[in-house]
Design a protein around this ligand. Structure first.
Ligand SMILES: Nc1nc2c(ncn2[C@@H]2O[C@H](COP(=O)(O)OP(=O)(O)OP(=O)(O)O)[C@@H](O)[C@H]2O)c(=O)[nH]1
Ligand SMILES: [Mg+2]
Length: 366
């Protein structure tokens, strides 16, 4: 089954809340103020790069949670229809997988599947999608059914499925209640592809940061060059669960090898000769689960280790490290971007390493 096969084309079809917030009005005012511009130059600039769905925007949102004021009710509500779209897409993918694998449902479950499909057919405005309470309950029954659980447990890595499918489906009743307001956890699990350039500024340990998030899809990568000036740190995100995936935009390529090629180009780019390179081996949680059923060797013929997490991780780590030369300041971490505590620790550690390294090169530190 192809990536996103049969899924609703809801995500990516519109601006994300970040893009809207960053849009013309506030940007024009900001840019017009030269003081802000000078401040901007003094900030430590972090550029988030990586292929589509690697987790860049998830980390970007975590910075807002950790180092800014998080999400006020009206900001959180901007995510409601995207979250509901994600829920529709996840259950659509699951229902299609059941049919593709010939998994049959009990009559009552099949009636709920039909009700769900009927609701989908009547959908007119994906932009403002709100799943009614009764449909939320119906989706929950389909998700909880033994046939669907069996499909998910035994085949979830054999078809295209949103990373947060389980999270959203486990919470579908709460997410579709009247007066529902998305929580931070809901927001960091939400998937909408980035189609612009988003920036946030924040302070951490008395340092001023600017973080720039871009889209990782092929068409979006052309825009990256507009953010290449004055970069202090490249934060490159690779999705560890990509190791056995084909690039959805070009089935000739393995998704992780594609990510490796992009990393190599970025690292060798002369503009970044003074920038620190930080690599996040992200979706580590999914990687660990996936290894149990999908051996690394199947996708990487040169890998001759066993299928343990350590051995597989070290192989991938070494692969990316090979691009790094002596002149680079390079740090690598395993991450699960949806876990706020993990990102807090890792980001703090990455920044501390870089500060120490900079002090050392300036001869100010042992
Ligand atoms: N399980 C799990 N899911 C993750 C992790 N990191 C990100 N996700 C989910 O993966 C999906 C894609 O993440 P995004 O942050 O939108 O990816 P992106 O790199 O910004 O993608 P583009 O904007 O298309 O370039 C979201 O649903 C996230 O919640 C992780 O470490 N573990
Ligand atoms: Mg994004």
């Amino acid at each position: 089954m192809g990536a996103g096969a049969g899924g609703l084309s809801l995500r990516g079809a519109r601006l994300s809340p970040e893009e809207r917030a960053n849009s013309s009005k506030s940007r024009a005012i900001d840019r017009a103020l030269s003081k802000d511009h000078t401040d901007d130059l003094n900030r430590f600039k972090i550029l988030l790069l990586g292929t589509a769905e690697s987790g860049k925007s998830t980390i970007f949102r975590q910075m807002r949670v950790l180092h800014l004021d998080g999400y006020a009710k009206e900001d959180a509500l901007e995510y409601l229809s995207i979250i509901h779209s994600n829920c529709m897409e996840a259950l659509t993918q699951l229902v299609e997988a059941c049919s593709a694998f010939g998994i049959l449902h009990d009559i009552t479950v099949q009636e709920d599947v039909d009700r769900f499909e009927g609701f989908k057919k009547k959908l007119r405005d994906p932009e403002g999608l709100v799943i009614p309470v009764v449909i939320g309950r119906c989706m929950d029954r389909v998700w909880q059914s033994s046939s669907m659980q069996m499909c998910y447990e035994t085949r979830r890595f054999r078809f295209a499925l949103l990373d947060s499918a389980k999270y959203f489906m486990d919470n579908i009743v709460r997410l579709t209640e009247d007066n529902y307001v998305p929580t931070i956890q809901d927001i960091v699990h939400c998937r909408i592809s980035t189609t612009g350039i988003n920036e946030i500024a924040f302070n951490h340990k008395k340092m001023d940061f600017k973080m720039v998030d871009v889209g990782g899809q092929r068409s979006e990568r052309r825009k990256w060059i507009h953010c290449f000036d004055n970069v202090d740190m490249i934060l490159f995100i690779v999705s560890m669960s990509d190791y056995d995936q084909l690039d959805p935009e070009d089935h000739k390529y393995n998704r992780m090898k594609q990510s490796y090629e992009i990393f190599k180009t970025i690292v060798h780019c002369d503009l970044f000769r003074h920038a620190s390179i930080v690599l996040f081996l992200n979706k580590y949680d999914v990687f660990v689960e996936k290894l149990k059923t999908s051996p690394l060797r199947r996708s990487f013929k040169s890998y001759d280790g066993d299928n343990s997490e350590e051995s597989a991780r070290d192989f991938i780590k070494k692969l990316f490290r090979r691009c790094i030369t002596d002149r680079h300041k390079f740090f690598v971490f395993e991450t699960t971007a949806t876990d706020t505590g993990n990102i807090d620790l890792v980001f703090g550690s990455a920044v501390a390493h870089i500060v120490n390294e900079n002090l050392r090169s300036a001869g100010l530190h042992e």
